[in-house]
Design a protein around this ligand. Structure first.
Ligand code: ZN
Length: 313
């Protein structure tokens, strides 16, 4: 009896306690690409940017919304989710298992989340992507989310702001997710028809079909500092060219801006204030345009009345 307790039970209890204490330690600290050990609280209080090297770590959708909306207050918008796994796809794992794991990890139904609230007192509709949800890949459900966000913006005459964080389209949905790209382009066109600003913020990483559609269709293209912005990844390009001679900062947002692919590259802490300034300018411009049109309408109307009077007299 004694040997059973000392040989099996005691070590088991000891290992459980050891495991728990190592888990706690792990939860308090994280690492960064600068190889420094960062206290998680320091990282979070610095908008998830490394206090030592300034590297911008990824944000979940809720973290993004909390730092972007006034007082961290916002309303999440629900949108319909189409049939999951329409192709019955399976690779090393079943697609449905991957979906369930992603939902459990993120607490979201899809990689895209849509919210509404105020930034510096201005009503806006905002979308974001969670990279933990199958690499932020754009699925048929993501397309529904994007359309729903754009429609909400149109219905409420809000600007639409979208924070991309994605590896591209959801390969497990093949052509169906590619059709989502087309839907997103149509949604952006509807926003433009309604003279509502669409601001695209590209965060690390924004790649594949998403770069080739909505992410680069904003009235203003903003990227976070150091973000990878690409269509095909550097390794694929390197293999295709059979060369390792790519620039050090290849596909980094600063490099993309230098080559004319972006309007602004900003540190995360300046994004909200910069978007507010831009929206003030864009909305004022839209208002002036509308007023000009209204003046024209009045002028045409007065002209018609004069013509009518002259005909009568
Ligand atoms: Zn760092």
């Amino acid at each position: 009896m004694k040997s059973w307790i000392s040989n099996y039970l005691k070590p088991k209890i000891k290992s459980l306690f050891q495991k728990r204490s190592s888990e706690n330690k792990e939860n308090l600290w994280t690492t960064c690409e600068c190889k420094n050990l960062i206290y998680k609280e320091d990282l979070q209080s610095n908008l998830n940017c490394c206090p030592k090297c300034g590297s911008h770590h990824k944000l979940t959708c809720n973290e993004r919304f909390k730092i972007f909306f006034d007082n961290g207050e916002y309303e999440l918008l629900d949108f319909p989710i189409p049939a999951e796994d329409p192709l019955g796809f399976s690779d090393t794992k079943k697609y449905t298992d991957r979906l369930n794991e992603a939902k459990r990890k993120t607490g979201q139904k899809d990689a895209v989340a849509i919210a509404t609230g105020k930034i510096n007192g201005m009503d806006v509709t905002v979308g974001a992507q969670d990279f933990r949800f199958i690499g932020g890949s754009f699925s048929t459900a993501s397309a529904e989310g994007f359309l729903h966000g754009a429609q909400h913006a149109i219905d409420n005459k809000n600007p639409f702001i979208f924070f991309s964080c994605t590896g591209g389209v959801r390969v497990m949905e093949n052509l169906l997710s590619l059709s989502g790209m087309t839907k997103s382009v149509i949604a952006v066109r509807e926003l433009k028809k309604n003279r509502l600003p669409f601001i695209s913020v590209l965060t690390n990483p924004t790649a594949g079909g998403c770069t080739a559609s909505y992410a680069t269709l904003g009235d203003v293209l903003i990227a976070e500092k150091g973000a990878i912005i690409a269509f095909a990844g550097a390794r694929v390009i390197s293999n295709t060219l059979k060369s390792n001679d790519l620039p050090m900062d290849f596909q980094k947002s600063e490099w993309v801006q230098e080559h004319g692919g972006l309007d602004l590259v900003l540190e995360r802490k300046y994004i909200k204030s910069s978007i507010t300034t831009l929206l003030n300018v864009l909305l004022k411009k839209a208002e002036t345009q509308v007023n000009t049109d209204a003046t024209n309408v009045v002028a045409i109307d007065e002209g018609l009345q004069k013509s009518f009077k002259s005909v009568r007299s």
